[in-house]
Design a binder for this molecule. Structure first.
Ligand SMILES: C[S@@+](CC[C@H](N)C(=O)[O-])C[C@H]1O[C@@H](n2cnc3c(N)ncnc32)[C@H](O)[C@@H]1O
Length: 253
């Protein structure tokens, strides 16, 4: 569906009221192309890029407005069947707990695929235009949910936690309560989610081939550097990538 088919200017794009369908889509409705991907595939042509600059800028505005509309409709981590399907394969019948689930989009998709899931949130989220969740989400603080449920589940999920100490407290408490199970995190690695303590101690597991397929299928909005990670608590993150290293150093200044 093209939400902006009649919008010819940036202003008209922003004036378009986008009604987000309350269903899981096959993939992210994108208006922009990934320039780095185009370059890597040898498809990037500088002349055509310059010639189409205005159209690209308008597409960028459309995607930005769509992203904001999804955020207001309660979805930060973009949930689509594209990555949920391989994720359900990876879960292979394991039970999950989602903390900070918000409106519950992730759990909503998982339950449709028959996954046994508990979803929790304290509903402290203010900037939103929804009141009802999409599926049952228990009102509960994230750390309390770990204390209550971490021994009953096999995997914990956390998408787009606020930029405060909660994500780290979840990671640490999970390690204390049930160190055997992983934490699947969706967010930026050193950006607009969680805090530096979380990134210092979240050890990403890169060698799970089945999980890597999930990461490959996950899609981000333009200019948003989020991804899906599999990881566990570790005392020290001895292998941060260059971006995370820069971020952690900046936090210490
Ligand atoms: C940016 S939203 C992300 C929601 C959802 N996971 C997503 O990706 O769309 C962050 C969520 O964390 C919840 N939250 C913040 N602090 C929390 C806490 N201490 N315990 C439980 N939930 C919390 C907010 O209510 C909000 O729903």
């Amino acid at each position: 569906m093209d939400y902006f088919k009649d919008a010819k200017t940036t202003m008209e794009v922003y004036e378009t009221e986008v009604k987000i369908p309350l269903e899981i889509l096959d993939k992210m409705p994108k208006y922009t192309v990934d320039l780095f991907k185009e370059m890597a595939l040898g498809k990037f042509e500088v002349n055509s890029y310059i010639k189409n600059m205005d159209a690209r800028m308008l597409d960028s505005t459309k995607e930005r407005h769509l992203k904001d509309s999804y955020n207001l409709a309660g979805m930060y981590a973009f949930v689509s069947w594209k990555w949920i399907n391989p994720f359900v394969d990876w879960l292979d019948g394991r039970k999950v707990l989602e903390v900070m689930a918000g409106r519950g989009w992730w759990t909503y998709a998982l339950r449709q695929k028959g996954v046994d899931a508990i979803a929790t949130d304290d509903f402290s989220w203010e900037r939103r235009n929804w009141t009802e969740t999409l599926t049952e989400v228990e009102t509960m603080d994230a750390v309390e949910a770990i204390e209550r449920y971490a021994n009953e589940v096999d995997v914990v999920l956390m998408g787009w936690p606020f930029m405060d100490p909660t994500a780290y407290r979840v990671l640490k408490r999970l390690h204390e309560v049930n160190p055997n199970i992983p934490l699947v995190y969706i967010g930026e690695m050193g950006g607009c989610t969680a805090d530096s303590n979380f990134f210092e101690h979240y050890g990403v597991i890169y060698h799970d081939k089945k999980f890597n397929k999930v990461s490959e299928e996950y899609e981000s909005w333009e200019h948003i550097k989020d991804s899906i990670y599999l990881g566990k608590y570790r005392e020290e993150n001895d292998n941060p990538d260059w971006f995370l290293k820069m971020y952690l150093e900046k936090q210490k200044e």
